[in-house]
Design a protein around this ligand. Structure first.
Ligand SMILES: Nc1ncnc2c1ncn2[C@@H]1O[C@H](COP(=O)(O)OP(=O)(O)OP(=O)(O)O)[C@@H](O)[C@H]1O
Length: 535
């Protein structure tokens, strides 16, 4: 041990012939960190030198070097780069890192208090990225806390994060009995960030880091820790027993989205099986929550321009008329010439006068240029307007609109689906005639038939992938969500409500929100259905 008072005896010393120790940055549980310069390349570095008390214990030296070796394998921009480590002839054990200029996150929090949620999320995503890289190498940090997250400026980003101090990191495969470190963080890590399973003495896995990130995230969002007792023991008890208040309630003015609440609370689950299984899953859920909040802020898309006039496949109408007129003229001239040979002048004049009427009939229909939607106008079919809505239903409804249950469909009683009568075992359907439809007594059987349970189930299956994509972050595997859906006569979903245990839950609301985007085929009546999604 060096004397507590007086200048540090290592200052000015060149360690391992390469690192000149210039200034003490700070003291940690294991040793002292110096700002140093690499004497050959003149680059500033940070050198951590193990305290003499630890250097004398072989097992601790081994541990320091093993963990230094492991940590140096993690090459990630959000992990402090370890460039060298070893021991000197005079018994100094050291570790060399990139030198960081900035401050740790606890200093930031102390000065600034709670951060805006987007800023907090951006910081936490970087911490999670660092841990993902560590976990991929089989290394769990075990001592995640704001003091071990350094905030530096990189380019225009003042919040670039570097995770450091893998001092009590553990190789996941290592099944050795836990040994208390003589570091201040001790056996467990730091009490405010320690996962319940560590308190219970279970073997740690990567989920202890997820829990600690949850604590840090909460602290950044709310400006206070989720579990902080008056004493060491009461803090540990809070980790085991206390349910944290959702961040959005703890700090209502911050407008923290519900989806972000959910990410934090799931990371803080007491039972590690209820947490995200990996830190990558945590990041994905947080990114999705941010995207959802961004989407809610985005202005509605501008209305779509009207669809272009259908381009006739052949000659344009004016050209068609001109061609028709020309043919008519030629036909009249030929008729005139031929007729003059056999008839008197009076007879011919009379015949020519009637000729256009006779000629026009075969010529015009034969023209390929006749625009498609002019045909119904020419045909005196009273139901022509009914064709138009079929031409314009939403994309998803179009194929179904072509099903035989059209104007010539069966009587209403036969097409009304009974609950559970169709292939979708989980779907139930009830049809109710809308007043407008009931008020049309002239053609009660006109218009498309009611939506069947099978059709409804098919539409739900279509949105099922999106339900999973957008809502599974709120759900555990195989959770079931039943929604009651009202489909209007126009095929749009008028309402979707989660029912049963998911009524009003974040998961239920998410599923209902996706279901509301479904489009079904138009019918004569609005109908009510139920569908159960398995997450
Ligand atoms: N690479 C680095 N660049 C700049 N400063 C650093 C670097 N590494 C550590 N420091 C700073 O050096 C000081 C001591 O670091 P150290 O990791 O030993 O302390 P600690 O985190 O308190 O230790 P422990 O967690 O072992 O109790 C801290 O203020 C830390 O921010």
């Amino acid at each position: 041990m060096w004397p507590a008072d007086g200048p540090d005896p290592l200052l000015g010393h060149t360690l391992a012939d390469r690192y000149r120790l210039e200034r003490v940055i700070g003291h940690g549980g294991m040793g002292t960190v110096y700002r140093a310069e690499h004497v050959v390349i003149r680059k500033p570095v940070a050198v951590k030198v193990l305290d003499a008390a630890h250097s004398e214990r072989r097992t601790e030296v081994e541990r320091f070097l093993n963990e230094a070796r492991a940590a140096s394998k993690i090459r990630h921009e959000n992990v402090v780069d370890i460039t060298d480590f070893g021991s000197t002839g005079d018994g100094l054990v050291f570790l060399v890192m990139e030198y960081l200029e900035g401050e740790d996150l606890s200093s930031t929090s102390e000065r600034e208090g709670a951060l805006p949620w987007r800023r907090a999320a951006a910081i936490v995503l970087q911490i999670a990225a660092a841990l993902e890289a560590a976990h991929a190498q089989g290394i769990i940090h075990r001592d995640m806390k704001p003091e071990n997250c350094f905030r530096i400026r990189r380019g225009n980003d003042p919040d670039f994060i570097k995770v450091l101090d893998f001092g009590i990191a553990k190789i996941i495969e290592d099944s050795d009995v836990e040994r208390p470190s003589s570091a201040g963080s001790g056996l467990l890590g730091t009490p405010e960030y320690v996962a319940p399973e560590l308190i219970r003495g279970l073997k740690p896995d990567a989920r202890v880091d997820i829990y600690a990130v949850g604590v840090m995230f909460y602290d950044l969002l709310v400006g206070k820790l989720p579990f902080a007792g008056e004493s060491f023991m009461s803090t540990l008890t809070a980790h085991l027993m206390q349910q944290p208040q959702p961040p959005s309630q703890a700090r209502p003015a911050a407008q923290i989205p519900e989806a972000v609440d959910y990410v934090v609370l799931r990371a803080l689950a007491k039972d590690r099986d209820q947490r995200y299984a990996t830190i990558g899953e945590f990041s994905a859920a947080l990114r999705a929550a941010i995207a959802e909040a961004d989407a809610a802020l985005a202005p509605p898309p501008p209305p779509l321009p009207p669809p272009p006039e259908p381009e006739p496949s052949g000659i344009r109408p004016r050209v068609a008329i001109a061609v028709g007129a020309a043919i008519l003229l030629v036909f009249s001239a030929v008729l005139w010439t031929m007729a003059k040979r056999f008839y008197t002048k009076e007879q011919v004049t009379q015949a020519v006068a009637t000729a256009p009427v006779i000629a026009a009939a075969p010529v015009l229909p034969a023209l390929p240029a006749a625009p498609v939607n002019e045909a119904p106008k020419a045909a005196p079919v009273a139901e022509a307007p009914k064709v138009a809505p079929v031409a314009e239903p939403p994309v998803e409804a179009a194929p179904q609109a072509r099903e035989p249950a059209g104007p010539a469909g069966e009587p209403a009683a036969e097409t009304t689906a009974e609950p559970g009568s169709e292939t979708g075992a989980e779907a139930e359907t009830e049809t109710e005639a809308e007043p407008a439809v009931r008020a049309a007594p002239k053609s009660p059987k006109s218009g498309p038939g009611p939506l069947t349970a099978g059709e409804f189930a098919a539409a739900m299956n279509k949105v099922g992938a999106r339900v999973k994509l957008e809502c599974s972050r709120f759900s555990l595997r195989k959770m079931e969500v039943t929604v009651q859906v009202v489909v209007g006569a126009d095929g749009a979903v008028k309402s979707a409500e989660p029912t049963g245990s998911q009524a009003g839950s974040t998961l239920g609301n998410c599923v209902a929100r996706v279901v509301k985007t479904a489009l079904l085929r138009p019918t004569r009546a609005k109908s009510t259905h139920r569908h159960t999604f398995t997450m």
